[in-house]
Design a binder for this molecule. Structure first.
Ligand SMILES: Cc1ncc(COP(=O)(O)O)c(C=O)c1O
Length: 446
């Protein structure tokens, strides 16, 4: 009997024992092809020698030193690496241990910035429905994932949630992408005005929505309009690239493809690729300057910020992405995977939409393709897909409540950037069988 408090207490899990390229092998010797990087984390597979060596070398030198006493070279080098490649205006990096901490940091930085520049009335945040920003209280408050919020609703801070830029479900019949993007973005302006623009601190959004909706990119022009609105009202733009950043969509930062630069940008998963827990908040120079020229102290901090071994892993991962030309590989393999998904599922009765960017792809499952009617949530089709895929030696990342927190099912695919061409065929073949098994009427009645 395990003493570990597992995610689902009534489920038993295989014991992950070895990593071999894009495979995880369990203690019984079963092999699982990782088509989701866990939760879009393991972008270099599970045994990258240079990253493992970098972690070992740092452990030999110095595992950890608290940042109230010291800085350390891996954090200096990783910050320099990221800032040299970051969207315009981002100048500093605050390293944490994961995505929720990175967003918590961004929210508090936004608040302290406004207090520092003499606008203490700015304390409100606006976010989008069908988003996920983490499970700590601040991050959960801005998140729009109803299932994750429900239990804690009375404890969350008040946050406005506007329509997501989710064309398959929210674009009206006959509406162009441009008109839909404009309408969706304009909800931000309306909400800023409703709240009183002088009270709004920031708007937070994922450039490509990950776990909650299944790789939903915005339509062209949407984020440019969002940026304009933020600028007009002095509202900060926080982009959450925890899942979609660090090369996942084919550019190091997802927002490069939307041609916008945020004031704060958060990243995590692909930053350390699972070799160490690490996240980061990238900060605009003007925000840093406001704090530096004010109290000089950000009223925040965690024990493990700037962790040397985590930063050493992150640096080695980022160098591997560059040295191995992996962004080009993500673009090429992403296009190849998408083409194969379209060939397998393009006319599938239970697949409504195939979407995403790079190696960050989503499939939305429906009860009926023509009407886009979702499955009855009671069937938990997404959970069945996960189980059927695992039984076939495939890891994918399905989710439910895709449309509105209750209805809808999707599958997220985010394989390692080092996935081989032949492995794409295995992913599609196993996923096809898993989807057929999970959506078959006999399963529903059983
Ligand atoms: C977009 C996004 N933001 C934040 C988080 C939270 O990250 P973590 O689980 O590392 O705290 C996640 C995790 O899935 C995420 O996908």
């Amino acid at each position: 009997m395990s003493c570990v408090f597992q995610r689902h207490t009534q489920q038993s899990y295989p014991v992950a024992q070895h990593g071999e390229g894009c495979y995880i092998i369990d203690s019984e010797g079963r092999r699982y092809l990782d088509a989701s990087g866990g939760a879009a984390v393991s972008c270099l597979g599970h045994d990258h020698p240079a990253v493992i060596q970098a972690v070992k070398d740092q452990l030999d030198r110095l595992p950890y030193a608290h940042t109230s006493f010291f800085t350390n070279q891996p954090s200096e080098d990783l910050a320099e690496h990221l800032i040299a490649r970051a969207p315009a205006g981002l100048a500093k990096v605050y390293f944490v241990s994961g995505g929720s901490e990175a967003n918590e940091t961004a929210l508090k930085l936004a608040r302290q910035y406004f207090v520092g520049i003499g606008q203490p009335q700015r304390h409100r945040f606006i976010a989008r429905r069908q988003s996920y920003h983490g499970n700590t209280m601040g991050a959960l408050s801005v998140g729009g994932n109803m299932t994750r919020r429900e239990m804690f609703e009375p404890m969350l801070m008040e946050v406005s949630h506007i329509v997501p830029c989710y064309a398959y479900r929210y674009k009206r019949p006959g509406e162009t992408d441009a008109a839909f993007g404009r309408r969706a973005a304009d909800e931000l302006e309306a909400e800023i005005l409703r709240l009183g623009s002088e009270t709004v601190a920031a708007f937070i959004a994922e450039p490509v929505v990950g776990a909650t909706s299944g790789a939903v990119p915005s339509v062209p022009g949407y984020f440019k309009r969002i940026r304009e609105i933020c600028d007009r009202y002095g509202v900060l733009l926080i982009l959450d690239e925890i899942m979609c950043g660090m090369g996942r969509t084919g550019t190091l930062f997802a927002c490069e493809q939307d041609d916008v630069a945020p004031d704060l940008l958060t990243c995590a998963k692909g930053l350390g690729a699972g070799y160490q827990p690490i996240g980061a908040t990238l900060v605009a120079g003007r925000i840093f300057e406001a704090i530096a020229s004010g109290s000089g102290f950000f009223q925040h901090g965690f024990t493990y910020i700037g962790h040397p071994t985590a930063c050493a892993a992150g640096l080695a991962v980022q160098r591997a992405i560059e040295d191995e030309d992996l962004l080009a590989r993500v673009q090429e393999r992403g296009a190849a995977l998408r083409a194969r998904l379209e060939a397998r599922f393009g006319n599938h009765h239970h697949v409504g939409d195939i979407r995403g960017r790079g190696l960050f792809l989503g499939i939305e499952l429906v009860a009926e393709r023509a009407s886009r009617e979702p499955f009855d949530p009671a069937r938990k089709v997404f959970a069945r897909v996960r189980a059927e895929a695992m039984a076939r030696g495939l890891m994918c990342y399905p989710g439910g409540g895709t449309i509105d927190g209750k209805r809808g099912d999707h599958i997220l695919l985010a394989p390692p950037y080092v996935i081989e061409d032949g492995q794409l065929d295995t992913i599609v073949a196993r996923l096809g069988d898993a989807v057929d098994a999970a959506t078959a009427p006999a399963v529903a009645e059983g």
